[in-house]
Design a protein around this ligand. Structure first.
Ligand SMILES: NC(=O)c1ccc[n+]([C@@H]2O[C@H](COP(=O)([O-])OP(=O)(O)OC[C@H]3O[C@@H](n4cnc5c(N)ncnc54)[C@H](O)[C@@H]3O)[C@@H](O)[C@H]2O)c1
Ligand SMILES: O=C(O)C[C@H](O)C(=O)O
Length: 330
């Protein structure tokens, strides 16, 4: 058995963490042979609730759970961690856009970037889930200059999973038979869920999704807006933001980053190098492949005029969010 790795979940007393902690501690993220020590960070008033979470983790009797550290101190939480899931932040309510959370949440990611810079391993792999996730990840990276910026990512995997599920339902196939749908840009209503390179297996044969669906109007409008607005639809129905599916997506993201994405593309918000004409120095979601703990943007894709307009719109929003976030952090 390998020696345990330290994994931190922030917002550990919240609703996403409630699903996520079990997935991490049961081996679904880092593999069935990798023990974990869980660091649980939340704010001081939530320590009582967190105590209950700690009790429940113990009561799960999980063989891979090698230790649990609940704390309200970011430096204690981030000490020597390999994998931070930065979930802790305010969720939006009905009628809000995710960027409306910026002024409330971005300071959390400044403070946590500073703490990571001070005490985390330099090869730490950071996943930001708290909204607005892309810009929070950018700010976290900026305040942790001793850690490579490639190590900071934002979660758009939930959007990818939503897109894959929509296409599979339309085609009447199991969800795993659809692959390579892309989420470009921001985890917001300007994101571009792009099915143009997606593949579907039908009768054992792989075909392009656009040809299999053969309905351009559906792919350019209904499909795109359903995925863009899915988070809001869940909030309208549940009166709380998505949590079960968000925790599953966070697990998928980190698992693929650590263990590899195989023959599938996955979407991750990463610091843009300007690929595909996107704004540098924003955290932009791209199709990537992952192996040996590193991600690589899929190169050489054709960008149609429609896609160009969509990429430019979401890039513009990210540039604006960055400007606002830097102002808040001054
Ligand atoms: N990227 C995505 O796809 C995605 C999906 C779903 C939700 N989210 C976002 O994830 C975040 C968390 O959602 P939730 O439903 O778990 O919210 P929640 O309100 O249930 O839990 C958030 C927790 O974070 C804690 N917290 C607040 N400030 C903190 C700080 N400085 N340090 C540590 N913990 C802190 C709170 O006390 C609370 O326990 C929200 O911003 C939500 O919008 C993102
Ligand atoms: O939409 C939200 O505010 C929550 C989350 O980002 C989601 O996509 O479900």
């Amino acid at each position: 058995m390998a020696s345990p790795i330290k994994v931190v979940v922030t917002g550990a007393a919240g609703q996403i963490a409630y699903s996520l902690l079990y997935q991490i501690a049961s081996g679904s993220v880092f593999g069935p042979d990798q023990p974990v020590v869980l660091h649980l960070l939340d704010i001081a008033p939530m320590m009582g609730v967190l105590e209950g979470v700690v009790m429940e983790l113990a009561d799960c009797a999980l063989p891979l759970l090698a230790g649990v550290l609940p704390t309200a101190n970011p430096e204690e939480a981030f000490k020597d961690v390999a994998a931070p899931f930065l979930v802790g932040a305010m969720p939006r309510r009905k009628g809000m856009e995710r960027k409306d959370l910026l002024s409330a949440n971005v300071r959390i990611f400044k403070e946590q970037g500073q703490a990571l810079d001070k005490v985390a391993r330099k090869d730490v792999k950071v996943l930001v889930v708290g909204n607005p996730a892309n810009t929070n990840a950018l700010i976290c990276s900026k305040y942790a200059p001793s850690i490579p910026k490639e190590n900071f990512t934002a979660m758009t995997r939930l959007d990818q999973n939503r897109a894959q599920a929509q296409l599979a339902a339309k085609l009447g196939v199991p969800v795993q038979d659809v692959k390579n749908v892309i989420i470009w840009g921001n985890h917001s209503s300007t994101q571009f869920p792009d099915p143009s390179n997606a593949l579907v297996k039908i009768g054992g044969v792989e075909k392009p999704v656009p040809a299999a669906i053969n309905d351009d109007e559906f792919l350019k409008s209904t499909f795109v807006s359903t995925v863009q607005k899915r988070g809001a639809a869940v909030i309208a129905a549940r009166k709380m933001s998505s949590a079960l599916s968000a925790a599953k997506a966070a697990s998928d993201h980190m698992r693929d980053w650590f263990l590899g994405s195989g023959d599938r593309w996955v979407s991750m918000g990463v610091v843009s190098d300007g690929s595909y004409g996107t704004p540098r120095d924003t955290v932009f979601s791209f199709p990537v492949t992952t192996s040996n703990g590193k991600w690589k943007i899929v190169e050489g894709l054709t960008i149609s005029d429609f896609a160009r307009t969509m990429l430019d719109a979401t890039g513009k929003e990210l540039d604006e969010e960055k400007r606002d976030a830097l102002e808040v952090c001054k």
